[in-house]
Design a protein around this ligand. Structure first.
Ligand code: SF4
Length: 65
């Protein structure tokens, strides 16, 4: 599963970094930083959850593998 994070859309709410710290971080302004562009195994579930939780729609997931 491929991940995309748009810092220009991010609202800095931080749910992504709390739910999936292996996939997302926040920069000094609180905006999302994508740590890994690929999620496999258990990380896929966390990636899907963060996309649902993100209040700004800044996170996108693509593909099923
Ligand atoms: S959950 Fe969405 S709005 Fe919040 S930091 Fe992550 S990408 Fe930004």
């Amino acid at each position: 599963m491929r991940l995309r994070a748009d810092a220009g859309t991010c609202a800095g709410a931080g749910q992504c970094a709390r739910v999936a710290p292996d996939l997302f971080d926040q920069d000094g302004d609180g905006l999302v930083v994508l740590l890994r562009a690929e999620a496999r195994g258990p990380a896929r579930e966390r990636a899907l959850l963060t996309a649902d939780l993100c209040p700004s729609g800044a996170l996108r997931v693509h593909g099923s593998a």
